[in-house]
Ligand binder design. Structure first.
Ligand code: ATP
Ligand code: MG
Length: 613
């Protein structure tokens, strides 16, 4: 019942080469491997990668790294990248996630073209290969219970003990597997195991299970199957069937690589799979400070109501990043700056935020918003009069044009641009001092009015008509302060959501949440614990403090701010720099004509470094 090798020619070079004039790419070990394979002709010059998410959750910042590496390396080399849903666990996967994963990959700027696959597409072939392994004497049906198998697996220092069922005949194994498939047995009654080596120093090689019984409907195959192949068996075969060349994954799969190779080498030796076979290469996953990336913890944040859903702009999900105003290009820059390595490290959140700032600085148009308004009255400017001032949309891109701002007697400025008793070095407005109102005039503060509570309600000033920005001689008089403002005649009020980091410590939930972490994370027991790779049990930090205790109570503040009229007409997801305040995005869902809502993406400068450390 052996299947013939898939008639699947090596791919055409179907992705456009990188744009001319793009900066040279920094070397890294994955680029070196691909270059070396190109030099030796191992894959005939082809590069085919894949991004293989399990459709059991929303993608997070860490997945962005994997997506950018897989699609990016393929594109750099004129190759292609497949999107493959690793849907081998019928109990966990949901269709809802499939759509969100596809959307996130597209949002990051990648296109898998016709190369959308599912591990479940290969169930027939995987099953045929399982019968082939039995026929070769390389697989057997084990009747031990899960506990018995665990107890006989051995340890890192002791060999495992062979199952009493290891030497069943080919005929008996085939009969049992077929009856497993036909639904004769309960969940867990039998498993199919490869017959490799119970004494192997690598626990993954001690007769790993490759099929288990699960009487469960699958979101794509329905009730057609009641036995499901396990990850290690499925992944390598899926790669080989799709003629993947470089199978790039995270470090926890390193100890699984011998099994990956064993399975496909045997099949290729037996004429079941074509060569050249794919090779697995592992890189260190992205660990970021000030967030949690484990699916289990993300679910807790959502279900516990600590955030406003999966796409809350504070969530480290890609739907959250999009709503926050983060950019795909910012993620690419972060990946390029942090490179790829073979050992676990932690990247500071400021690296990601800086990448976003740099990208937004280059692409976001400037606008004015007054987040905490206080009235400024220009006493010597005629009542009812108005002048038109011009503000460039982008200081480095005159081609993006400019917009008009009305200068009138009554203005709004930001409360923290004024101090009644200024400390030394405060160059903004204070009684008796001068500042420039950007794009307009120099004004001098002459006094304040207070409300009943004693708080400054109105600031009075006079302007100097000879100092208008852009007019001859205007710059003759120098002032140190330069503040933004809006005309009370035309400012529009909008909702602004000031988002900040979700956690107030770099290592939420760690015993030492402020401290160094690298070594501990690297020592996670991944690969030694025999779990289905990718399951959440890989979270080694489970035994530490409650990460929810480290939430930042000030991570979301909703205010009413004043903005230039043009902003009220912004399209959802339009990104801006609010001058002197930060980068903001019109909310993807809540922003609408007549009800403007902006989310703060990131402040202009990092306010976290050195905080409380
Ligand atoms: P789980 O939380 O269940 O372990 P996962 O985060 O590994 O799942 P998958 O859907 O299996 O999620 O991941 C798809 C791909 O993304 C895998 O190749 C995985 O190695 C990669 N990936 C996951 N997390 C990160 C990360 N933090 N950095 C880089 N790549 C990652
Ligand atoms: Mg996984």
């Amino acid at each position: 019942m052996a299947a013939a090798p898939q008639d699947n020619n090596l791919p055409a070079r179907d992705n456009a080469p990188r744009a001319k004039g793009a900066p040279a790419l920094a070397p890294n070990f994955l680029r070196s491997i691909i270059a070396e394979d190109a030099r030796t002709g191992k894959y005939g010059g082809h590069v085919v990668t894949r991004f293989p998410p399990e459709p059991n959750g929303y993608l997070h910042y860490g997945h962005a790294k994997s997506i950018i590496l897989n699609f990016g390396l393929a594109a750099e080399n004129g190759g292609r990248c497949h999107l493959r849903f690793d849907d081998t666990n019928p109990l966990k996967e949901e269709t809802e996630y499939v759509a969100s994963i596809e959307e996130a990959v597209r949002w990051l700027g990648y296109d898998w073209g016709p190369h959308l696959y599912h591990a479940s597409d290969y169930y027939d072939r995987l099953y045929a290969f399982a019968e082939w392994f039995i026929g070769q004497g390389l697989a057997y049906v084990d009747s031990q219970t899960a506990e018995e198998m665990r107890a006989t697996r051995g340890t890192l220092t002791e060999a495992g003990i062979a199952s009493p069922w290891r030497d069943r005949s080919v005929a008996e194994n085939l009969d049992l597997l077929r009856r497993m498939r036909a639904g004769e047995f309960e969940d867990g009654a039998l498993v199919l195991r490869l017959k490799i080596d119970m004494a192997s120093p690598n626990i993954n090689m001690r007769d790993p299970a490759i099929y288990r019984i699960r009487h469960a409907s699958h979101h794509r195959t329905g009730d057609r199957w009641c036995i499901y192949p396990l990850y290690d068996y499925t992944h390598c075969i899926s790669d080989a069937l799709e003629r993947i060349t470089h199978s790039i994954c995270t470090l926890e799969f390193q100890d699984h690589r011998p099994l990956y190779d064993w399975v496909i080498e045997k099949l290729a030796d037996g004429g079941q799979l074509p060569r050249p076979l794919p090779n697995q290469h592992e890189f260190a996953r992205l660990n970021l400070t000030y967030v949690v990336l484990s699916k289990r913890k993300l679910i807790q944040l959502v279900n516990g109501g600590f955030v406003d859903g999966w796409d809350d702009p504070r969530m480290p999900t890609l739907v959250g990043a999009r709503r926050r105003g983060f950019t795909p290009e910012g993620f690419r820059q972060m990946v390029e700056r942090t490179g790829v390595s073979k050992s676990d490290t932690w990247i500071d959140m400021s690296v990601l935020e800086d990448a976003m700032r740099d990208n937004l600085n280059a692409v976001a148009e400037r606008r004015i918003a007054v987040l905490d308004p206080v009235r400024l009255v220009v006493d010597n400017f005629p009542e009812g009069a108005a002048e038109t001032c011009f503000a460039p949309n982008h200081p480095q891109h005159p081609e993006l044009g400019r917009r008009e701002l009305r200068f009138t007697r009554e203005l709004w400025i930001d409360r923290d641009d004024f101090m009644e008793v200024p400390p030394k070095g405060f160059f903004r407005l204070a009684p008796g001092t001068e500042v420039r109102l950007r794009y307009a005039y120099i004004v001098k503060c002459t006094g304040v009015e207070r409300d009943a509570a004693g708080r400054v309600a109105t600031i009075h000033c006079t302007y100097d008509p000879t100092t208008r920005s852009g007019t001859p001689g205007a710059e003759a008089r120098k002032v140190k302060g330069n503040i933004h403002w809006l005309s009370a005649d035309e400012a529009v009020s909008v909702e602004v959501r000031l988002y900040d980091r979700l956690f107030r410590v770099p290592y939420p939930g760690a015993r030492n949440p402020w401290g160094e972490r690298g070594g501990e994370a690297a020592a996670a027991p991944a690969g030694h614990a025999v779990v289905v790779a990718g399951d959440d049990e890989l979270d080694a930090e489970a035994a530490e403090r409650d990460f929810l205790d480290d939430l930042n109570a000030d991570s979301k503040r909703v205010i009413t701010a004043l903005v230039e009229p043009a902003l009220a007409r912004a399209e959802p997801e339009a990104r801006y720099q609010f001058e002197r305040a930060g980068y903001f995005v019109a909310d993807r869902f809540d922003h609408a004509p007549g009800r403007a809502v902006f989310n703060r993406t990131v402040t202009l400068k990092d306010s976290w470094s050195g905080r409380a450390l």
